[in-house]
Design a protein around this ligand. Structure first.
Ligand SMILES: Nc1ncnc2c1ncn2[C@@H]1O[C@H](COP(=O)(O)OP(=O)(O)OP(=O)(O)O)[C@@H](O)[C@H]1O
Length: 604
């Protein structure tokens, strides 16, 4: 969904609960108002169902409110010594009101849960969609754990709180309002006496809200930090073990955990104080109703039955008020989660808007790649730029081999050409369009094949069909054959499930088959060929994928350089040499000739 009018993702949250963007690089958190707006917008999508639900709940509550005056009438009938049949009929009326109220509230409750489930499903989809729209660098800077904790923990927290709390609150609000109306109809003085409890309730609630809102926001942040510390340690388990840094990681996790537990305790304390305040308010209120009832019964002739009904009404308020105010706790938690989710939704929409703003038409003219004065740095704190002042021109259909020592900037340049990142200075264009928005036939103009190929749980067919959802089985099989994937070896062929341990070669072949099916004008092969020197099948597959399109290959083997139209040598983020391979080899002191000699020596 669009996030226009929801405000900026990193604007301060209402009531001082802001967790602005950039806290430890985490994703932004929206203001409370923006989160509430998003919640209402989600509910508005099913306004008619909501209207029917509210009507049923209101009628159910009204039916239930008939019970206290009917009980009061029973008291009066007994005191006046009226016939038993009257008392019996009053009993039947009480039972009827109870059954009607239960039926209406039951149906209303089911409808309300359905409404909320629809809204939550839409929220989950919006957050997921927005997370996919975030620039890769932003997600990397926040860390996987932050994104995962939002689309799982926060969605879960919001779901749990809202699914349980909103129906409770809706019933509570209806009951409170209608009960007060019932009391006023009975005797306005009784209703006024009941209001004595209100200032105490308001003061307790305000104090709790002031205290708990920042606490919950802090808690969710600290839980995300704890998740991050944990995921980092688990993801890097090999390195942790190799360098014996388990203690440090355990200490970091324990510290993050301690911090979260301390905040948990603080929220518990705030809740206890709050509940104490509510109990006090109820005590004062009931005492006031009984005292005023006594005065009205003795001085103004109010019947004992009416005073009984008034006291019962007030007693009936205890539960809904307790439910409502007690739910503030869950609502706070849900709001903190919703603010984090809204932050992602807004950031996703902003990223989408920024990406296409001013890009004009994103359709490329051809597959020519222009890199002009490009500089790039990973994060502001990084000492050295990964690329500086890089110029490169690749005609459409040409194959360029990038070579250089480790850390010279090859992968960074590859990511910029594939549109994953935007340069800090200069520009990367494909067919005249900035690479990060460049499209060909509405699809990304460049595709990158990296060493890590993401394979989804599912069939071989599913895994390649993602590149061309409309492709026939025959086309899928042809693409796989083209890159040398042995489909006959998979039981079930295209419908066969991918084995859990797919070899590196098979994974690369699937990635290359995806490129053939997507058919982009530009392909970037980063690390795809790191084993191609020792794997002739993979080298052939790469050549086939590069044929007929502009190809940027990070070369690890002489074979890859031999097939290239042009070689670009990078050193410390700068292009130090470029030209045709044969021409560069003729410069005995050139960087390429030196690397070539070293590679030949290594391959011998
Ligand atoms: N995610 C990152 N965060 C911070 N610095 C990075 C990151 N990725 C790369 N760098 C740094 O940027 C510079 C260029 O790295 P890059 O990966 O582009 O080099 P490369 O030539 O591809 O190296 P290799 O052949 O080892 O993959 C290096 O100094 C590297 O340490």
């Amino acid at each position: 969904m669009g996030a226009k009018n929801l405000g900026r993702a990193d604007e301060p949250a209402g009531g001082g609960s802001a967790v602005g963007a950039g806290v430890s690089g985490l994703l932004p958190t929206s203001s409370a108002a923006a989160a509430a707006k998003l919640g209402l917008r989600l509910l508005w999508r099913q306004r008619w169902l909501l209207l029917a639900t509210v009507t049923l709940l209101l009628l159910g509550t009204a039916a239930m409110l008939l019970v206290p005056p009917l009980l009061g009438a029973v008291v009066d009938a007994v005191i006046a010594g009226e016939p038993f049949t009257r008392v019996l009929w009053l009993g039947v009326a009480i039972a009827g009101a109870g059954v009607t109220a239960a039926a209406l509230e039951g149906i209303g409750g089911v409808l309300l849960v359905r409404c909320l489930q629809h809204a939550l499903a839409a929220l989950r989809e919006d957050v997921f969609d927005a997370a996919l729209n975030l620039p890769l660098r932003r997600v990397e800077a926040a860390g996987d754990a932050d994104v995962i904790s939002r689309v799982t923990n926060d969605v879960e927290a919001v779901t749990e709180a809202i699914a349980g709390v909103i129906p409770l609150c809706a019933r509570a609000v209806f009951t409170i309002v209608l009960t007060l109306v019932g009391m006023a109809a009975l005797d306005p003085w009784l209703a006024l006496a009941a209001l004595v409890a209100v200032p105490i309730q308001i003061a307790s609630t305000r104090a709790f809200m002031r205290r708990s809102r920042p606490l919950y926001a802090r808690l969710r942040r600290e839980e995300a930090e704890r998740g991050r510390a944990f995921v980092e340690a688990v993801a890097g388990a090999e390195t942790v073990r190799a360098y014996g840094t388990a203690e440090e990681h355990l200490t970091a996790i324990a510290r993050a955990s301690d911090t979260a537990v301390r905040t948990h305790r603080e929220t518990g304390k705030a809740r206890n104080i709050f509940i104490g305040g509510l109990n006090g308010a109820e005590f004062v209120g009931l005492a006031a109703v009984l005292a005023v009832g006594f005065v009205r019964a003795t001085a103004a002739g109010l019947s004992v039955g009416a005073v009984t009904a008034g006291a019962l009404y007030f007693h009936r308020l205890f539960n809904p008020i307790g439910d409502l105010l007690g739910s503030m706790d869950d609502l706070q938690r849900a709001l903190a989660g919703l603010q984090r989710l809204t932050g992602v939704v807004i950031a996703g929409a902003e990223a989408r808007a920024d990406t296409f703003a001013g890009a004009g038409s994103s359709e490329i003219a051809d597959g020519a790649v222009e890199v002009l004065g490009v500089s790039f740095r990973y994060g502001a704190q990084t000492r050295r730029a990964a690329l500086q002042g890089v110029d490169l021109s690749i005609p459409a259909g040409a194959t360029v081999a990038l070579i250089g020592t480790s850390g010279s900037g090859k992968s960074t340049l590859a990511r910029l050409i594939a549109g994953f990142d935007e340069p800090a200075a200069g520009g990367v264009r494909i067919g005249g369009v900035p690479a990060h928005v460049a499209r060909s036939g509405g699809r990304p103009a460049a595709l990158l094949v990296a060493q890590e190929t993401h394979l989804f749980a599912g069939t071989v067919g599913d895994n390649v069909r993602i590149a061309a959802p409309g492709a026939s089985d025959r086309e899928l099989a042809a693409a796989l054959a083209e890159v040398g994937f042995d489909l006959a070896a998979v039981p079930g062929g295209l419908d066969g499930t991918l084995p859990p341990a797919v070899s590196h070669r098979e994974a690369q072949q699937l990635a290359l088959a995806r490129v053939l099916l997507a058919d982009p004008p530009v392909v970037v092969l980063d690390e795809a060929g790191s084993q191609a020197g020792s794997d002739a099948a993979l080298a052939t597959a790469m050549r086939r994928v590069s044929a007929g399109r502009t190809a940027v290959v990070i070369a690890h083997h002489l074979d890859q350089v031999r097939g290239a139209d042009r070689v670009v040598v990078l050193e410390q983020g700068c292009v130090i040499e470029q030209g045709e391979p044969g021409e560069l080899l003729e410069r005995p002191d050139g960087a390429f000739a030196r690397l070539w000699r070293m590679a030949q020596w290594a391959e011998e």
